[in-house]
Design a protein around this ligand. Structure first.
Ligand SMILES: Cc1ncc(COP(=O)(O)O)c(C=O)c1O
Length: 415
């Protein structure tokens, strides 16, 4: 027998194994000052490309004012209890109604967090007779939702419609024997590659197969579509998305999430989602603040226009400079380089300390061995000058990477 705590040291995991060298620098860094394109890291201003504050709402003066006034009036506690028991308010219901109108779904349910919300929605929607078919590159919240599912699940190759059809045939066969239904799950925008889920093609498969579609559009809400109503709007297939999910953690620059669907589905979720029934309601400043954010998304399309101006300049500029940015068709901008993990570490350090650019770095096992992915999130707060400066800095570090400079360099410690 072993002591449980001792065992933890032996299985720190792919991220935890680097904790000692990385903590405070690559992991758990502290960005300080108002949320903006430039923030302080260790006391020095950095051009920051790693916040999902797509529309710049986090520090928009009207948002800050609405948040502060709601906190002053209601405090952070109100309302107490779960919505079902004692935590419901007119504001919660108003936000649900306004979100529903915006995404053009009959009804919406508010969720406390996106991650928990997706997990709990999957848990509630399917029973052991039902079959789930899901995209292989689904976000952790979907994967963890699947872990709660005691029925069968089939994975299809990322965005591969042939593979999806194959799994739909299997799922249909099985559901016919169990008397269950089929739930297909994918994302609107895949947050690592920036590719869009093939929502339209999936919806079209409904003419051949009987299934319901759940879409996690965390990165698409506010950024995609003519009005910002998301990837379903962008692909003109919102009607075929049976269960539309998004979080407030990205474009909405807040906390919370929501699901839009048909009235009977929302009624069912209201009475069966364990993450909502057994957890405290969203605090009032989050709800009133979300109403303000939604109003700005609706009434200030120039924020989305500015975001896309920066996105196009950044992505075109990187491509013209010879960078591989994969197959993104959304604001998420991966820059793919070749190198080892130590090289990735040195390159990021160089970018951060000498070029004063702060961006996320993704290495194996999230991307294949030998690939370094720098992930840039453009926002409406960035300027075309920021883009130009960044592309030049990226050219400089890529030259060093290609000539092997980061292989020799030694950096004692980042802490
Ligand atoms: C695709 C996707 N789904 C769900 C979530 C979780 O949302 P939240 O931060 O509100 O828990 C995220 C990340 O925030 C995400 O990227």
């Amino acid at each position: 027998m072993k002591d449980l705590f001792e065992k933890l040291n032996e299985r720190m995991g792919p991220l935890g194994m680097h904790a000692d060298e990385a903590h405070g620098y690559f992991t758990f860094p502290k960005l300080e000052g108002p949320i903006a394109a430039r923030m302080k890291f260790r006391g020095v201003e950095k051009l920051t490309w790693s916040l999902n504050n797509y529309l710049g709402l986090a520090s928009h003066p009207e948002v800050m004012k609405a948040d502060a006034e709601a906190a002053a009036e209601f405090g952070m506690a109100y309302p107490m209890g779960a919505r079902m028991m004692s935590g419901n308010t007119n504001y919660h219901e108003q936000l649900e109604a306004e979100l529903a109108a915006f995404i053009q779904k009959p009804k919406v349910i508010l969720l406390n967090y996106g991650y928990q919300g997706v997990l709990s929605a999957i848990d509630a929607l399917v029973d052991r007779h039902d079959v789930i078919v899901y995209d292989a590159e689904s976000h952790a919240c979907i994967i963890d939702g699947l872990r709660l599912h005691i029925g069968k699940r089939y994975v299809y190759t990322h965005n591969n419609m042939e593979s999806l059809e194959k799994q739909l045939v299997r799922a249909t066969k099985l559901a016919e024997t169990t008397g269950g239904g089929v739930l297909v799950i994918t994302e609107g925008v895949f947050g690592m590659s920036g590719s869009q889920g093939k929502l339209k093609e999936i919806v079209d498969l409904k003419t051949k197969y009987n299934f319901r579609l759940l879409v996690d559009d965390a990165h698409g809400f506010g950024t995609m579509g003519t009005t910002g109503a998301g990837t379903g709007e962008a692909q003109n297939c919102m009607e075929g998305i049976d269960i539309y999910f998004s979080t407030f953690a990205k474009s909405m620059a807040g906390i919370g999430a929501f699901i839009g669907s048909e009235p009977q589905v929302i009624k069912f979720l209201n009475y069966n989602m364990r993450s909502q029934i057994y957890a405290k309601s969203l605090p009032m400043p989050m709800v009133i603040g979300a109403l303000k954010r939604l109003e700005l998304i609706r009434t200030q399309p120039q924020l989305k226009d500015q975001l896309w101006k920066v996105v196009h300049a950044l992505q075109n500029g990187l491509r013209e400079a010879g960078f591989d940015i994969g197959i993104t068709t959304t604001p998420v901008t991966p820059v793919l380089l070749n190198g080892s993990i130590p090289e990735a570490t040195h390159l990021t350090h160089d970018l951060r300390e000498n070029h004063h650019i702060f961006c996320s770095i993704v290495v194996y096992p999230v991307v294949p061995k030998g690939v370094i992915m720098l992930r840039l999130i453009p926002t409406a707060m960035h300027t075309l000058e920021d883009v130009k400066y960044t592309i030049n800095a990226f050219k400089a570090v890529k030259n060093k990477l290609d000539s092997g400079d980061y292989r020799q360099e030694k950096i004692a410690a980042f802490a």
